[in-house]
Design a protein around this ligand. Structure first.
Ligand code: NDP
Length: 333
């Protein structure tokens, strides 16, 4: 059983040496347990937070422990009355080939044509997009919605759902290829490259009526470009701040907190953070049913970035924080 463990905590950006590939015997399930063979592993930005022992909303991975993560797994051996060998389940089995489970939290994936979708469009990232946009963002037809990390797992869903609600949708993504795909394949109205020195000007031009909903995945320079364009009464679902996950200190420069709070006050902005399953877990069935329908009808498209081999997970994860992934990042174990 190959496992990837946390060898040391990163200072700044994670590096390969923060991880170790270790081998151990395949665990043996006892009565009431199943042995899972992990087929697909989801790599997600929140894992950077779990590598750190700074106080957060969830406990860190301990040094020497297996990196955690959601998996699509096959029941290899079952000593549990509710599961049969061969069944596919959504599990939280981590960065390893096999894991033993007592069945708690396993979700059966019977009948799914494309099981890895349970990690992306039909899973945690899609759910995050759906609730953050619709419940916090409250988009109305004709409004302008801007979403950062627009080609990624969450952002690509946010923009497509906003289009279904009749909004003008502007994405922000890294590089010409991602921007082209966001417009041509996903149907956004425009997409701006955040690496362009003209980010602010281009965003202004793409949002002639200002911004009514800004779905925040990134922070940093992207939020800086968005802030002056926000309309009175704009909503900001604050989902992620990936540009800051590797920060070790506050950036130098003038203190602009006063500008931010003044803008929130005078523009009467609603800024709301959320942690998807903590805040909305009870609405997962509603999301799953709606999103499955949209996908079947071809109204929502998805793109997966599949990396082969568990041993490549650390490098793929490091790349996720640098924008190397193009679509939902998944390791095929
Ligand atoms: P993505 O698939 O979007 O991958 C991450 C992307 O972030 C990269 O591809 C890159 O895209 C972009 N990025 C990385 N660094 C920067 C930077 N410095 N500036 C601008 N863009 C950057 O990831 P997810 O869709 O899984 O996650 C998106 C966000 O949502 C993350 O912040 C994540 O933490 C958050 N999230 C929050 C949840 C919650 O419950 N609150 C749940 C799930 C996700 P590009 O090349 O376009 O720059």
């Amino acid at each position: 059983n190959r496992k990837i463990t946390l060898h040391s905590r990163p200072v700044g950006a994670p590096v390969p040496d923060n991880f170790r590939l270790v081998e151990s015997a395949i665990p043996v399930p006892t009565k009431g347990q199943v042995l899972l063979r992990n087929l697909f592993l989801s790599l997600d930005p929140y894992m950077r937070g779990r590598m750190s022992d700074a106080k957060s909303y969830a406990a860190p991975v301990e040094i020497g422990a297996v990196m955690l993560g959601a998996t699509v797994s096959q029941v290899e051996v079952s000593h549990h009355p509710d599961f049969k060998a061969g069944e596919l389940v959504l599990a939280y089995a981590g960065w390893q080939d096999f894991a033993v489970s007592d069945g708690v939290g396993l979700i059966k994936l019977a009948g799914m044509d494309h099981p890895s979708l349970a990690l992306g469009a039909l899973g945690m990232p899609g759910f995050t997009a759906y609730m953050g946009l619709l419940d916090i963002g409250q988009p109305k037809a004709g409004e302008t919605v801007v979403v950062a990390a627009a080609s990624g797992a969450v952002g690509s869903m946010v923009g497509q759902i906003a289009k279904l609600k009749g909004c003008r949708v502007v994405g922000i993504a890294g590089g010409a290829d991602k921007c082209r795909s966001v417009v041509e394949e996903l149907g956004f109205d425009a997409c701006i490259d955040h690496r362009s020195p003209d980010l602010k000007k281009l965003l202004d031009q793409a949002c002639p009526n200002g911004i009514d909903v800004y779905f925040e995945n990134v922070g940093g320079a992207v939020f800086d470009a968005v802030l002056p364009l926000l309309n009175t009464g704009a909503r900001i679902p604050l989902c992620g701040l990936i540009a800051h996950y590797n920060d070790t200190a506050l950036p130098p420069g003038p203190d602009r907190l006063g500008l931010l709070t003044r803008t929130i006050l005078t523009k009467r902005l609603k800024v709301q953070g959320f942690i998807i399953f903590d805040d909305y877990g009870h609405r997962y069935p509603e999301f799953f049913s709606q999103m499955s329908t949209w996908i079947k009808e071809g109204k929502i498209k998805f793109r997966e970035d599949i990396v082969d081999g568990l041993e490549n997970a650390p490098q793929a994860f490091i790349g996720l924080l640098e924008g190397k992934n193009f679509g939902k990042l998944i390791v095929r174990i």
